[in-house]
Ligand binder design. Sequence first.
Ligand code: ZN
Length: 412
Amino acid sequence: MGQDQTKQQIEKGLQLYQSNHTEKALQVWMKVLEKSSDLVGRFRVLGCLVTAHSEMGRYKEMLKFAVVQIDTARELEDANFLLESYLNLARSNEKLCEFHKTISYCKTCLGLPGTRAAAQLGGQVSLSMGNAFLGLSLFQKALESFEKALRYAHNNDDAMLECRVCCSLGSFYAQVKDYEKALFFPCKAAELVNDYGKGWSLKYRAMSQYHMAVAYRLLGHLGSAMECCEESMKIALQHGDRPLQALCLLCFADIHRSRGDLETAFPRYDSAMSIMTEIGNRLGQVQVLLGVAKCWVARKALDKALDAIERAQDLAEEVGNKLGQLKLHCLSEGIYRSKGLQRELRAHVVRFHECVEETELYCGLCGESIGEKNSRLQALPCSHIFHLRCLQNNGTRSCPNCRRSSMKPGFV
Ligand SMILES: [Zn+2]
């Protein structure tokens, strides 16, 4: 298969893929990979295979193709291709919750010689890195990366990237519990989809609706949460988007749990769990088990709750997610308190405080915790976060955490 035919077949696959004939598209692309001797064509087709497998949630295959793509890029001896393939490798590891590897491959990307592609892909590298830092609950570093990605998006008029960063920022603020911002950013993403997204894949709309659903649920607007989640799920089902289906099922379950309808919540947690296990989203599994444990606590079935917590704790430690560990210790603390088991209770209190230290989830001005209850937060340009009210009351010009005098004039 020569250059022209390779090009044609890649295009044919893309058309099939875009009209939802995914399996047929994969067949066409696999044949190109088998038959084509054109290196650039092979590189492109590997990129298509990486994206398609990512969207289907087949993350192990995604990783496999990304690795082959790097070899092809090396053969081509081209820095742009190398960058693109390392970004794919970083993303595959991000999806598989291998956050340290993700960060290391992103750093490889940023260390490659500056090219035109570097200017275009730099934002995506920063986004992936931010997602990985968020996975590790390194909040300041995550925010720093997201803001960098946002700057790339603005400088390059890349609305698609901005949309994705806004969704990640929604997730960031949901985790540190500034629910107002947790809703603001995905709403902004939905706005971008409305304004610029005529030709975009529907997954952007689905993604923004999902993040809005999460924020509405946290704010207690359960009707709006349900509406957004249903919209997101509809698209995820149409597109065979397994990863998003799993997240929506988790969100449905959380909504039912918030309503006190545990009977309806349990089967949804089960369905979410089975998809997340299938695709290898271990962080998602931690969230599911956390929800399940809360349901058991509500039913006063404390031993069942402890079982779920134990499984979740193992997974959270495996992927290095500190916030999950923190929440699980907090939940355990309550359970052992009501059981009157002092020794176990104290052990969890100690581990809980270690997690708080490691995640730096406290305000450097008042010393009180961040992420315990909904409160308005504000980041300084150094990406350290504080209570908004503390910044307003103190009028400080330098960050008390890093002592860097980095506040923009007129900020307060
Ligand atoms: Zn404070």
